[in-house]
Write a protein that binds this ligand. Structure first.
Ligand code: SF4
Ligand code: SF4
Length: 87
């Protein structure tokens, strides 16, 4: 059965949220991510297929392409505000 709750990852540039109950495991997000950040997860999605997760905390550039290409709105990218430059 797919997970009913959102799974969130606290990354360096973004909070990455995946909604397993929307993900059908098509792999489009994985394919379109410019930094190959996404890998298959052992959390199962809608059809008992794997969902995705970020492979590490610092390779995501918070571009939101994965969120835009997902046909099922299973990903939400919450960009973090930039740290102020040190004076
Ligand atoms: S926000 Fe961009 S870099 Fe981060 S996982 Fe999604 S597509 Fe990849
Ligand atoms: S594009 Fe959406 S439905 Fe397809 S694997 Fe990625 S999160 Fe799941």
């Amino acid at each position: 059965m797919s997970e009913a709750k959102v799974i969130s990852f606290d990354l360096e540039k973004a909070n990455f949220h995946i909604f397993p109950y929307y993900c059908k495991g098509c792999g489009l997000c994985k394919e379109k991510c410019p930094n190959q950040v996404l890998i298959w997860s052992d959390k199962l999605g809608l059809y008992g297929t794997p969902t995705v997760k970020p492979k590490d905390e610092d390779s995501c550039i918070a571009c939101s392409i994965c969120e835009m290409v997902c046909p099922d709105c299973a990903i939400s990218i919450e960009k973090k505000k930039k740290m102020k430059a040190a004076r």
